[in-house]
Design a binder for this molecule. Structure first.
Ligand SMILES: [Zn+2]
Length: 345
């Protein structure tokens, strides 16, 4: 039996996942990221909020000057305080005091949040005593001193600008910068709008009946019963095991049948659903078994899977392992299904 392996994501992977994912409702995370990287070489691991305040607020002021929209909401108190510094109404000292008072709100707690209750490696801890601030972790020093900090700074800046452009245009934030994309991405990101590429999901629901041949009315992830009759109750979702949102970062075409299964709504989009998280290794193993079953049973979809993922079982396992490694490195957070029924395949 093929064994799939998990690698520990690097510190850079963790950092990039913080910058790339998360809610993207405001730019504070980017400003904090830049402020942290600018502290990189300092000796003291305890950084008081009044020390962190100016590098953090200056990063926001720089951006606010060029891009007035720094969130998906109306300007916050903190952003209005930053504007006063830009307009010359505040000195640096006043900006610093205002930042300590209004600027940190949720950002210190939210920084490591990768969504759905999962966290990245911690680059700092919050400190309340003797004075409010953060304590940089050894992981932070390793990241900052590995000689790639300047690359990381540029990446934060690039990501920040991309998010601003999307907010300005009122479109969804794309996962990848348009200029980074190869042909694969053009296929996935069909529509162009105002120079921005908007993600468009390819219709995948036509494969529902075919996929049910293997799953026989059970969710791929939790084995709960699912329906396959359109209009009937509990109609299954066609689910991407490797999330559609991660498509640009994966080998092959994320919409290929190799990656499609039937899932109950809870697993696909319920309160504890998978959304854009990385499938647990057991699901990758299960997907491999499913794909090999379709190939071995001469199912017409089997040929398609061979074309999409490789000619031999080991090549196909290698393909899935690569997909897992790349998804994990990019997204970090892994999803494991709840146990709702006994395994049936
Ligand atoms: Zn399920």
């Amino acid at each position: 039996m093929t064994t799939f392996l998990t690698e520990v994501p690097t510190l850079e992977d963790n950092w990039r996942a913080i910058i790339l994912f998360g809610k993207n409702t405001a730019s504070y995370k980017f400003a904090l990221g830049q402020a942290l990287l600018s502290l990189g070489k300092t000796q003291d691991d305890l950084v008081r909020l009044d020390e962190l305040a100016l590098p953090y607020a200056r990063a926001l002021c720089d951006h606010l000057q060029k891009a007035p929209k720094q969130g998906t909401f109306e300007k916050s108190t903190f952003l209005r305080e930053c504007q006063k510094r830009i307009d010359g109404e505040y000195t640096d000292e006043q900006l610093r005091d205002a930042t300590v008072k209004h600027g940190f709100g949720d950002v210190l707690d939210a920084f490591h949040n990768l969504g759905r209750g999962q966290e990245s490696v911690r680059f700092f801890l919050k400190e309340q005593r003797p004075t409010k601030g953060i304590r940089l972790t050894s992981e932070f020093y390793r990241l900052a001193n590995e000689g790639v900090a300047s690359d990381l700074e540029q990446e934060v800046e690039g990501r920040w600008r991309l998010v601003e452009t999307a907010w300005e245009a009122g479109v969804a934030v794309p996962l990848i910068e348009p200029e980074d994309r190869g042909e694969k991405l053009i296929a996935l990101f069909g529509d162009e709008q105002d120079g921005l590429t908007v993600r468009r999901r390819v219709a995948v629901t036509s494969s529902r009946n075919a996929l049910n041949g293997y799953q026989k009315g059970h969710c791929f992830h939790c084995f709960a019963q699912i329906g396959i009759t359109p209009g009937g109750s509990g109609l299954a979702d066609v689910d991407h095991v490797f999330p559609h949102a991660l498509g640009p970062l994966l080998p092959g075409n994320v919409n290929g049948v190799w990656n499609l299964v039937l899932a109950c709504r809870e697993c696909n989009r319920g309160a504890s659903g998978k959304f854009d998280l990385v499938p647990a290794l057991q699901l990758v193993q299960r997907l491999h078994t499913r794909n090999e079953f379709l190939i071995g049973s001469k199912h017409p979809l089997g040929e398609t899977i061979v074309r999409q993922t490789g000619k031999t079982p080991s090549a196909r396992a290698g393909f899935l392992q690569k997909a897992f490694n790349q998804a994990r490195a990019a997204r970090i957070a892994v999803w494991t299904p709840l146990h709702r029924a006994d395994p049936v395949f």
